[in-house]
Write a protein that binds this ligand. Structure first.
Ligand code: FPP
Length: 265
């Protein structure tokens, strides 16, 4: 059949026009995993996998922007990743700087706004400076917001939020009686963003790895065995199609959901 795309197992893949444009998630979060294993399978050093992971990032960002998805959050470097061998950390940092600098024009052309969550102060100066330059350049873009989680972990984010909140209570800026989920959220790095409706993890691992723990309370989880460097827009569409087949109940019953007015209509 013309135009039919098959995955590595010969299974037909979803095409963009098979997706319901009215029921796309506003925010998709991704744990990009499997770079090291992809490189090893090809007899190459781990950084070869990270370098090829950039192609997957580019294709996925482009697909998300084209579909009109509002937020795409990528787990690019976790707090725990600092414990990897020094050579790998240095190479990843250099790759981030090179990619961000090289892709700034493409981000501008596609009206993508860059945002970063994580412990920015812990990043090397060159990374922080390059990031800041691209953040400033893209800040008024009105298309997709591409969020890079860099030196990020949920427990770090939550503890930082608690510390700031405790300080505000101590200084009398907020009454402890007024603290609720909404107030707490406003102290997180993701304060002005909607929660992700969909979380994707590649490479066949079934873990959350300290990623957006508060924000994914009601997210749909999608796991694929595809290693990140092999991930392309077709895999992204597949995940979105799977999401569109789920019933999101938020603790209610199927019957309640069926009789509620559709918020998209
Ligand atoms: C996980 O694979 C991947 C990372 C820790 C880094 C992700 C970075 C990139 C894709 C490169 C550039 C990113 C941007 C946003 C420009 P792993 O090393 O844990 O793989 P393994 O589980 O097979 O060892």
């Amino acid at each position: 059949m013309p135009g039919l795309r098959l995955d590595n197992n010969g299974t037909a893949m979803i095409a963009k026009d098979q997706l319901d444009k009215e029921r796309l998630p506003r925010h998709v979060a991704i744990i990009m995993d499997g770079n090291g294993r992809w490189a090893k399978k090809k007899g190459n050093p781990r950084i070869f996998g990270h370098k090829n992971g950039v192609t997957a990032v580019r294709d996925t960002v482009e697909a998300a922007a084209e579909l009109g998805i509002e937020y795409l959050t990528l787990y690019a470097f976790s707090t725990e990743n600092w414990n990897r061998p020094r050579t790998e950390v240095d190479a990843l940092m250099a790759l981030l700087v090179a990619t961000i600098t090289k892709e700034t024009k493409t981000l501008m052309d596609n009206k993508v706004r860059l945002k970063v969550i994580g412990d920015i102060d812990s990043l090397p100066d060159t990374v922080a400076q390059n990031l800041q330059a691209t953040l400033n350049k893209t800040k008024d873009n009105k298309g997709l917001t591409l969020v890079l989680a860099l030196s990020y972990s949920s427990r770090w984010e939550i503890v930082s939020a608690v510390k700031q909140l405790a300080e505000d209570v101590k200084q009398g800026r907020i009454d402890s009686e007024d603290i609720d989920a909404k107030v707490f959220e406003s102290y997180l790095n993701t304060a002005d963003m909607p929660d992700p409706e969909l979380l994707i993890r590649t490479s066949g691992e079934y873990r959350i790895s300290n990623y957006l723990l508060w924000q994914i309370a009601y997210s749909e989880l999608y796991f694929t065995s595809t290693l990140w460097p092999d991930f392309r827009r077709e895999h992204f569409y597949e995940a979105l199609a799977d999401y569109q087949n789920r019933e999101r109940r938020f603790g209610k019953t199927s019957e309640q959901i069926a009789t509620e007015p559709n918020e998209n209509s």
